[in-house]
Design a protein around this ligand. Structure first.
Ligand code: GBP
Ligand code: ZN
Length: 277
């Protein structure tokens, strides 16, 4: 199976999971449907299903247009608020498309109906993939918009954290550099964070994505997966892992990029093009 990474909007990703022998494809969060259809046509693929991680427009907005274009298309998701939903899925439900298998992992917190999708191909040596939407990012995690630290703790440690370590992580946004700057504040001495930040900045300069990583890598630098590390506990002043996670998220919410800390006059001048960033 091949995963095609497609950058859309400001910093979102949509994906195509392709079964190479049959050219059947699944789309994940295809929020810019015309771009997706262009690629489907160019690569002579047959789109059979859409996997939607959550109802936010920058993930689900393309579903209706795709359904119109491809009657009979299946649109999966875990939340009634998802545009164009045809098949509501529940935790641990498995879907099969020829040799491609999907296990739905219910991960409520960023939104109350968030699903991640674990995908693997029968009799194939390729590592499996997990599509994490806005639950787990490379070096970060999603905001707790409709849930609690307890829920996110379960998502990160059980639903996602217990998957095979070689699983490739494909997330919903390119936030890697920003996340690593925060990770470095949390663990200034973590060599993996430093190395990864250098690498992610270089990728950014070349306009290349930082996805996928692997779960094994995430455990080495993602503070939200390192809740029992001494440095992370020290940063938060807590030892209970759920409390560590709660404080980490609160601190990340307050952690702004330097631009947002500038005086209002400077922000206006930047906005009007009187100053260059
Ligand atoms: C940034 O850092 O780039 N602009 C800021 C924050 C996911 S998108 C952007 C932001 O809040 N992103 C969300 C998030 O979870 N970030 C993790 C973090 O900051 O650590 N979204 O687009 C967001 O979910 C959205 C769409 C939200 C519709 C609410 C509705 Br309704
Ligand atoms: Zn979201």
């Amino acid at each position: 199976m091949r995963v095609k990474v497609i950058s859309i909007l400001e910093d979102n990703y949509m994906y195509l999971v392709i079964e190479e022998q049959t050219k059947q494809a699944l789309a994940v969060d295809p929020a810019v449907p015309h771009r997706l259809l262009e690629i489907v046509k160019r690569e002579e693929l047959t789109l059979v299903a859409v996997l939607t991680t959550h109802h936010h427009w920058d993930h689900a907005h393309g579903n209706e247009a795709l359904l119109k274009e491809i009657p009979g298309l299946k649109v999966y998701g875990g939340d009634e608020r998802i545009d164009g939903l045809t098949d509501k899925v529940t935790d641990a439900q498995e879907l099969k498309f020829n040799s491609i298998n999907v296990r739905c992992l219910f991960t409520p917190c960023h939104t109350a109906g968030h699903m991640c999708y674990f995908v693997w191909e029968d009799e194939c040596a390729d590592a499996p993939a997990v599509f994490t939407g806005d639950t787990l990012f490379i070096a970060g995690c999603g905001k707790f918009l409709e849930g609690s630290a307890e829920q996110m703790y379960r998502n990160l440690t059980q639903a996602l954290g217990s998957l095979p370590q070689e699983t490739k992580v494909f997330c919903g946004h390119e936030y890697t550099v920003k996340n690593l700057k925060f990770a470095l504040l949390v663990e200034p001495d973590n060599k993996k964070v430093q190395e990864m930040l250098t690498w992610a900045r270089a990728r950014d300069d070349e306009d290349k994505p930082t996805v996928p990583s692997t779960l094994r890598e995430e455990f080495q630098y993602n503070p939200f997966l390192r809740l029992t590390e001494e440095g992370v506990q020290k940063f938060t002043g807590k030892t209970d892992p759920v409390e560590v996670l709660r404080v980490l998220r609160q601190e990340k919410d307050k952690f702004k990029k330097p631009k947002e800390r500038l005086p209002p006059q400077v922000l206006l001048a930047l906005k009007w093009g009187l100053l260059r960033p």
